[in-house]
Design a protein around this ligand. Structure first.
Ligand code: HEM
Length: 413
């Protein structure tokens, strides 16, 4: 290994807040390139659309994180809460992947998800009522008061997390998902310990008295087709995947629309365009800019670049979704864009986001409720004051806060 590798990640705030120019420059140099991550680990970064699509679905590229760690210490170690919580579908290959995904997939089937729409709308309306209580000219934080609690309440309902426990659990996850390089800070260790103990206790409670929720479904499958480690890992992963990502899509999407008043006006004129607009906001704002851990099980050639076996592969979805070879004028936000095939925001292949129908529905309802009521929504701070957090984590990209003035509320039908 040489020390001449470019670093990927660990960017200064200017790049983190707007990484797309950086992605474009790197992609123009080469769609697949070897780099060093901010924590020192080497990785092959995949930036072009076609190469990214191949990497996401090539069976020679493994997601078995624990096997890879045993094989080669140079792959990225799982962060908190450690290996006992990393045995979930996103970190394994078939046949384990097939088994673990099947256990929960029924809960995310499109017809089941569609039935959740009235409940999601009620959550969105009640959050907006709470924000409105401050008055039409007050500054409110749309992340803290809307984008985050909405998907967290939905995943809480699906899993059967008692309402009284959600605030504490949410606070712990917020700390854990901030991202850091090197050793985790003390508050992250504390949050992780809290989550581990809580989820173990939740599973025990559902074993004692099962209910009509996803934790009870998983507990019932324990022993036969699911180990306790897999059960706890799955709960952890569903909560992480199920809220921070969607919150970022809503927050990033609102900023993108405010940045493009013409697009916002076009959307306001016909909110029926929202399903397509949500996909374009996903492509344009990259709430999940990089896919999760992958490692080559054998040599693989991507875009003419040969990657040896046992090396880490990092697929940059945010770059692939702005590849001009796939999306003409990729840096233009166009809610009426014909997508020319799906963008890779939800991934591709067997690990394609299981929650995609739910995330699309949550985002559509969140925008519909917000814009339907508050067509005059505006930023309450200078645009440049907005900062994207998640520290140096590469997988999540969301705002620390989004201070807005909602303006007068339109009456709802
Ligand atoms: C805007 C919101 C979301 C985005 C952008 C997103 C993105 C992604 C991406 C890119 C992957 C694939 C990662 C990879 O291959 O490395 C993924 C997988 C996954 N997502 Fe999502 N996701 C979102 C919302 C959700 C929600 C709401 C849930 C569930 C409640 C969910 C559950 C999952 C699960 C379980 C997987 C793993 C699938 C597998 O390994 O087979 N996601 N998501």
């Amino acid at each position: 290994m040489t020390d001449t590798l470019a670093t990927w990640g660990g960017w200064d705030p200017a790049i983190r807040d707007d990484p797309f120019g950086h992605f474009a420059q790197a992609r123009a140099r080469c769609p697949v390139q070897k780099a060093r991550l901010a924590d020192g680990h080497p990785a092959w970064v995949v930036l072009g659309y076609d190469a990214a699509r191949q990497a996401l679905s090539d069976p020679r590229i493994s997601k078995d994180m624990l096997a890879a760690l045993q094989d080669n210490g140079d792959v990225v170690a799982e962060g908190l809460p450690g290996p006992e919580f990393s045995r979930h579908m996103l970190n394994v290959d078939p046949p384990d992947h097939t088994r673990l995904r099947r256990l929960v997939s029924r809960a995310f089937a499109p017809s089941r998800v569609a039935a959740l729409e009235p409940a999601i709308r009620t959550i969105a309306d009640s959050l907006l009522d709470e924000l409105n209580a401050a008055g039409p000219t007050a500054t409110v934080d749309l992340i803290e008061g809307y984008a985050h609690p909405l998907p967290f309440r939905v995943i809480g309902e699906l899993l059967g997390i008692p309402e009284a426990d959600r605030a504490q659990l949410h606070a712990w996850f917020q700390v854990l998902l901030t991202g850091w390089v090197g050793d985790p800070p003390a508050e992250a260790v504390e949050a992780s310990d809290g989550i581990v103990a809580y989820l173990a206790e939740l599973a025990a409670a559902k074993r004692r008295s099962p209910a009509d929720d996803l934790v009870s479904v998983l507990v019932a499958a324990e022993d036969d087709s699911l180990t306790t480690q897999e059960l706890l890992s799955t709960l952890f992963q569903l909560i992480v995947a199920g809220h921070d990502t969607t919150a970022s899509l809503i927050g990033n999407g609102v900023v993108a629309l405010l940045d493009h008043p013409g697009q916002l006006q076009a959307l306001l004129a016909d909110l029926g365009q929202l399903p397509a607009a949500v996909d374009e906001l996903m492509r344009f704002t990259a709430p999940v800019p990089h896919a999760t851990f992958r490692v080559t099980a054998e040599p693989v050639t991507l875009a003419g670049v040969r990657i040896p076996a046992h090396e880490q592969v990092l697929v940059c979805l945010g770059s692939a979704n702005r590849d001009p070879g796939r999306f003409p004028a990729p840096d233009v936000l166009d809610i009426g864009r014909r997508q020319n095939g799906p963008n890779l925001g939800f991934g591709h292949g067997i690990h394609y986001c299981l929650g995609a129908p739910l995330a699309r529905l949550e985002a559509r309802v969140a925008f519909e409720a917000l814009l339907g009521r508050h067509a005059g929504l505006r930023l309450a701070v200078d645009r440049h004051a907005l900062t994207w957090t998640h520290g140096d984590g590469l997988v999540l990209r969301g705002l620390a806060a989004l201070p807005v003035v909602l303006g007068p509320a339109r009456n709802q039908p």
